[in-house]
Write a protein that binds this ligand. Sequence first.
Ligand code: SF4
Ligand code: SF4
Length: 250
Amino acid sequence: MTPEMTPLLPTDRFRFECGEAVPCFNACCRDLNQFLTPYDILRLKTHLGMTSGRFLGEYTVIRTGPQTGLPVASFRQEGAKDHPCPFVSPSGCRVYSDRPSSCRIYPVARLLSRSRETDQTSAHHALLKEAHCRGFGRGREWTVAEWTENQGVAPYNEMNDRLMAIIALKNRSHPGPLSLAARHAFQLALYDLDAFRTQVFENESLRGFHLDPELLEQAKTDDEALLRVGFHYIKKIVFGTDAEAREAAQ
Ligand code: SF4
Ligand code: SF4
């Protein structure tokens, strides 16, 4: 059933509570159609102490967006008929401190729009009410800012906004499906960070690519810095006009 969406202004308040006391506990962690952003994957694989390659192989499927050709990661659905999330347990989420952004922010939806004139993006919010969710009208009242602060959404928003900027750039500069090589580069640099690190530091695939040396040094051991490098790489080499760097990277 399509969720009911109500626009939320910064001053609007909603009453909501989630936890073991709600009668629908864990109901939202089944029958998933849950997309995972690069930052979701980074947090989950770190939480589980796995390489990105192993995490992607065990817990995700990557499909190709039919219109865009972009790789889209989502949780692999378990065999049970109600398709539970691989991390749901009777006592709740097994990866709670590093759960994906969409799990965190629910029941709020964050929508980005970009001005054609200024190229600036702005965020709007809405309250998403799904029939199975019984958390509404319980607990305390929240504004969007209070809820997102309480759920630790800020670092996810920052990285997810970078992803959205790249997708907007792709749609402007490369409308239609991506080439296989560009799709592979996107998947490597944004989803499979451990393999990307090998490419960058052992195979020197960023040779000739001008990048903040401090960020690059940090990226040797810090996955968040490496993901920032990945965003720069995709933006400039795959979707941008950095032809010199593109040649150097081949
Ligand atoms: S990651 Fe956690 S909160 Fe999100 S769907 Fe899975 S079990 Fe539920
Ligand atoms: S369905 Fe709603 S209230 Fe119930 S566990 Fe999920 S988010 Fe919480």
